[in-house]
Design a protein around this ligand. Sequence first.
Ligand code: HEM
Length: 528
Amino acid sequence: MASKGSTTTTGDEPPQQKLSPSGLPILKIPGSYGIPFFSPLRDRLDYFYLQGADEFFRSRVARHGGATVLRLNMPPGPLISGDPRVVALLDARSFRALLDDSLVDKSDTLDGTYVPSLDLFSGHRPLAFLDSGDPRHAKLKRVALRLAAARMRHVAPAFGTAFSAMFADVEAAMAGTAGDGVEFNKYNMRHMLDFTCVALFGGAPPSKVIGDGDDGGAAAKKALKWLVFQVHPIASKIGIKPWPLEDLLLHTFRLPAFLVRRDYADLTAYFAGVAAAVLDEEAENSDDNSAIITRDELLHNLIFMSIFNAYGGFKIFLPSLVMYLARAGPELHAKLAGEVRSAISGEVAIITLAAVDKMPLVKSVVWEALRMSPPVAFQYGRARRDTVIESHDAAYEVKKGEMLFGYQPMATRDERVFERAGEFVADRFVVVSGDEDGDGERRRRRRRMLEHVVWSNGAENGEAAEGNKQCPGKDMVVAVGRLMVAEMFRRYDTFTATVEENPLEPVVTFTSLTKAAAVAGHGGGEEA
Ligand code: HEM
């Protein structure tokens, strides 16, 4: 019998297969990085323009006989990435290595194979770029966890206000168009910035303090511009034509940080005001000497957390959620409307988190959307030591310092973990109170599935902590998703929309909104 983790030969017998700790054959990682400079460039064009992300990975898996651990180059490549070479983990099992903080070092890996200029953050390195072993990480994460927990009770009221304003604007725009439809993303971009800031800090929203502008919100535009300066190397299809010009402008050199300095100064002034109480409190709390975080560093961390982590996430997540709802059509809409309206019974001003907790289908839809399209699709981390990564059928040796990369949609759509993994199954996670009876098998199955819903850089039934890299806004995000679905089907019976899938976020255009009877007044069914 082969001994695990070793190669043994006896006499004339052929060498025995080396096995991993759980008995899988250890194979050489397939794939190659090709010719320096030229191959990464070609891979970048494949990824953004010639194949698209899904096909980029699928075709390489197929080329290597179905292997889901592969060597490949990740964009942007030359001239921005120092080193584009990664070991890609493209199934649910190998992907889990990226969630193991003892295995991967996540210093400077947030954006993958490049690090944006720290000038964009006033010279500070934000929490999300720090490894979990860094004492500064623990200290800053503690602030984020405390803030997220303390502000949870503000989420529903702030979201209710943002939702009403957003859909009042959408409806007004619908009334003014000649049937061309109204792009949801534009309104989401503007109102979710207000929501994020009010939910996290209270006070006046940025659209009031920095300005709203006539055409989409000055504050939101400044925030978006600052985000673009960070993520342009991995963004595409942002409207620059022809695509070779876009490739040149976005992917070959860094946009200089000074071009966004004034916008960032306006955002900084806003946060220095609304977050003053948090800054004061944390300065008082900072009497342990594990790491000194200055007030200025904390301020820039709060800006990063609010605009990049939180707002940047909502900007992608809500259009994706609405996309799945639009595709599912009126049958699911009717079920959701029934569930929402019976759970909130009567005329409540805002839908609370306690109310949405009693909506099993709404909850399931949100988890399913996060499973199908995790808003942050890429995860990276460097191997802390020589190690063995196991996929379902084979294992692979990785050397200390190699960059591991996971394309999360392939992990969360893995047929070996989820049935009908590539389909949006709205009631996949439904467990109703009756399911507590009997042997609880449905609950156990849901728990097992939630372990593989990992959009937050950790399991859905796990918890963010000082010592891990899981998103501290996890519960807030899930709550916002549920509130979004609940508010939509309180207000509308059904809606239609067209969807254009883009690399960073799908663009959703409403073509009709059918108001609920109670909202529309007599007769109901009024079309907006
Ligand atoms: C839809 C919205 C959101 C999405 C999709 C999202 C997703 C994520 C992901 C994937 C990570 C891990 C990044 C990595 O290291 O690879 C992360 C980290 C983080 N998120 Fe969120 N997030 C969202 C909302 C929020 C909110 C509302 C907050 C604020 C309370 C927040 C605060 C953070 C922070 C501070 C980190 C860094 C954690 C660390 O380095 O340990 N996020 N988020």
